[in-house]
Ligand binder design. Structure first.
Ligand SMILES: Nc1ncnc2c1ncn2[C@@H]1O[C@H](COP(=O)(O)OP(=O)(O)OP(=O)(O)O)[C@@H](O)[C@H]1O
Length: 242
């Protein structure tokens, strides 16, 4: 079970006929149980890359191999729930095979039990994101793609949701690809971090995190972050003198 990404390039054509390169060559692979994190500046092409990886955009050069029949779960920045369906119906529609026990367990982990019969219009952004996560996990995905699932949530809620994502990821051998602007989220959740350049995105550095997620306490997380910051500063200084 592996995701193999071998993108050679992606170009958008503007309405005026001009073209711009959004992705440079990008190669990486991800195994079951691994969390890969894409970290890169705004507009560098992360969402474009995710759409290609998910098979939603075929107009690119290169090749993406997903395991055949891989079940896919995804959470976009906007939760994209069906407004005329309740929380429970939103999840059941995406995952018709989910049984009651599994659903209750997910709602419990994500603290959604009290909101089963609520409609998306009645939910805060944090709650709606949790429903989107429940929906993504209910399909028991082999490939889970999370596009900034914690953006614009307050620190306390983002922290709780991060823990919930870690719990859910640990419960199944899923290949997870997370996009984030937060080094903290990257270091807490990731197994391998991919630092991307400005557009057209390419991988500037691939950094494996040696300590297993469960064994990362606050001291280890601080040390990994400090190491990454030193490394980035070193690379910047290297570029400045070269
Ligand atoms: N359908 C499209 N047509 C033309 N240009 C597009 C299209 N979609 C995206 N782009 C351009 O491609 C570039 C990359 O966009 P993308 O949304 O992939 O970046 P991103 O890294 O996900 O950004 P952010 O971090 O802000 O979400 C941007 O310059 C964007 O304007």
């Amino acid at each position: 079970m592996r995701l193999e990404v071998d993108i050679l390039g992606k170009t958008f054509t503007s309405a005026a006929g001009g073209t711009h390169e959004v992705l440079a060559p990008v190669q990486f692979s991800l195994g079951a149980g691994e969390v890969g994190v894409l970290v890169g500046p705004s507009g560098c092409g992360k969402s474009t890359m995710l759409r290609i990886i998910l098979g939603l955009d075929h107009d690119f050069r290169g090749d993406v191999k997903r395991p055949p029949d891989a079940r896919i779960g995804m959470v976009f920045q906007e939760p994209r729930l069906l407004p005329w369906r309740s929380v429970e119906q939103n999840v059941r529609l995406a995952a018709p095979e989910v049984d009651d026990v599994k659903l209750s367990e997910l709602f419990k982990i994500l603290e959604l039990e009290a909101h089963r019969s609520h409609y998306p219009g009645e939910l805060s952004l944090g709650l709606a994101r949790r429903v989107a996560l429940a929906r993504a996990f209910a399909v028991e995905p082999d490939l889970l793609v999370l596009d900034e699932p914690l953006a614009s949530l307050d620190d306390a809620l983002a922290g709780r949701l991060r823990e919930e994502i870690a719990t859910l990821v640990a419960s199944r051998p899923v290949m997870t690809l997370l996009v984030t602007h937060s080094l903290d989220d990257a270091v807490r959740l990731g197994d391998r971090l991919f630092f991307l350049s400005p557009r057209p995105a390419r991988i500037l550095a691939e950094v494996p995190i040696g300590i297993p997620r469960g064994a990362r306490g606050e001291a280890e997380i601080a040390a990994i972050k400090a190491g990454l910051v030193r490394r980035t500063q070193g690379e910047r200084a290297g570029r400045d003198v070269s």
